[in-house]
Design a protein around this ligand. Structure first.
Ligand code: PLP
Length: 379
């Protein structure tokens, strides 16, 4: 059987990994500044994570959500402690797309409306609101016709108010810093305006923290830079450090009832142990603090390079914008310097999404490689 061919592949086969490094079948070592789409938060194969998952799988990997699972409660408590999101409830699922689907569904159940507002260049997974990061009409279209998605320009509060005033919008879904779209971020006035309009028009504010959450920006959630109170916060990616897990945090204004949401695999024992260990390591190793410090160091280094036209992002969700397409440069970094980086919708932008355990010496390796390649381009 062939694989359904939807991914253009780099010809590299990782077989093992340790902290910020990945090794292929020839034992070639690659510096991982991408973390498989911002997934690796506490470093690859963290010993505490490996031990906790191994121990759990030897006891009980999975049982149904209709029976008590104290690990879900422990995960919810730890998440509340680290995120500071007091009194929210937690519903667990398996991925970012699923988290956002549940968020949209819940918003619609809650206020009885159907339409969704999202923003240009945002990306919310292959969901009803899978907005325009690819400009692919197949992806923009709602998948179930129940939810019509209106896409507005980031920063446009006037159009948002017009849309919400029609009183048929169940949710505004937003990344407080865009990921796949290319790290665009609007102003405090905008995000706080969105929050206020949502509250005025009884529309749910969904903060999509699938990529930016779990400490990646140096805050636990990216929205915490602003004075906003999301009704629903969607999470995944860094939450499991590679173990598939997602979820939504739900504000106490939205009440649960039996059967409202459901899942077979979501919140299984292994996934809970994976995510709980991620949180413990983030706390013990002060990885949010590290994200801030390394971010500052990275930005200082980037400022020394004149070929970099713009430095985007915050924490360890960073982008370097050039005045030329970066596809070839990225290939050189991977194949000649053994460094993984990410791309974005913007063809001139390199994205940097390393494990939160990264150190200054790794940043130095990247800038040495980058400088040597840029020298070749300019001479
Ligand atoms: N939301 C955001 C902001 C994302 O960046 C992504 C994936 O890149 C998703 C949702 C979808 O997550 P998943 O691929 O786990 O379905």
């Amino acid at each position: 059987m062939s694989l359904f061919n939807v991914y253009p592949l780099f010809d590299i086969t990782p077989v093992k990994a340790k902290d910020v490094f990945v090794f292929d079948e020839n034992n070639t070592k690659y510096l991982d500044l991408y973390g498989g789409h911002a997934v690796i938060s506490i470093g690859h194969s963290h010993p505490k994570y490996v031990a906790a998952i191994s121990e759990q799988v030897s006891k009980l990997g999975f049982y149904s959500n209709s029976i008590q699972n104290p690990l879900q409660v422990q995960l919810a408590d730890k998440l509340e402690q680290l995120s500071g999101c007091k009194d929210y409830d937690l519903f667990l699922c398996n991925s970012g797309a699923e988290a956002n689907e549940n968020a949209l569904k819940l918003a619609s159940f809650h206020n009885g409306k159907k339409k969704v507002v999202a923003f240009k260049n945002s990306f919310h997974g292959r969901t009803s609101a899978a907005v325009a990061a690819t400009d692919n009409p197949k992806i923009i279209a709602p998948i179930n016709a129940q939810q019509e998605v209106e896409i507005l320009a980031l920063g446009d509060l006037e159009s948002l108010e017009k849309a919400l005033a029609k009183n048929d919008v169940c949710a505004v879904i937003i990344e407080c810093i865009q990921g796949v779209g290319g790290l665009d971020e609007s102003t405090a006035t905008f995000y706080e305006g969105v929050d206020a309009l949502c509250k005025r028009y009884n529309t749910c504010f969904i903060a999509d923290e699938v990529q930016s959450g779990f400490g990646r920006t140096g805050d636990f959630f990216a929205f915490q830079k602003y004075k906003v109170t999301p009704d629903i916060i969607s999470i995944a990616k860094g939450m499991g450090n590679g173990f598939p897990i997602g979820g939504i945090l739900i504000h106490p204004n939205i009440k649960a009832s039996f059967g409202l949401l459901g899942t077979t695999f979501g919140g299984n024992h292994l996934a809970c142990v994976a995510s709980l260990t991620v949180l413990e390591v983030i706390e013990e190793e002060q990885l949010m603090q590290n994200a801030k410090e390394i971010s500052t160091y990275f930005i200082e280094k980037a400022k020394e390079i004149t070929a970099i036209k713009k430095i985007k992002g915050r924490g360890l969700m960073l982008g370097l914008e050039f005045d030329f397409p970066i596809a070839e440069l990225r290939k050189k970094l991977i194949f000649d310097h053994k460094i993984f980086t990410g791309s974005a919708k913007n063809p001139n932008l390199i994205r940097i999404l390393p494990p939160l355990t990264i150190k200054k010496e790794h940043v130095d390796l990247f800038f040495e490689a980058l400088k040597s390649e840029l020298k070749k381009i300019t001479t």
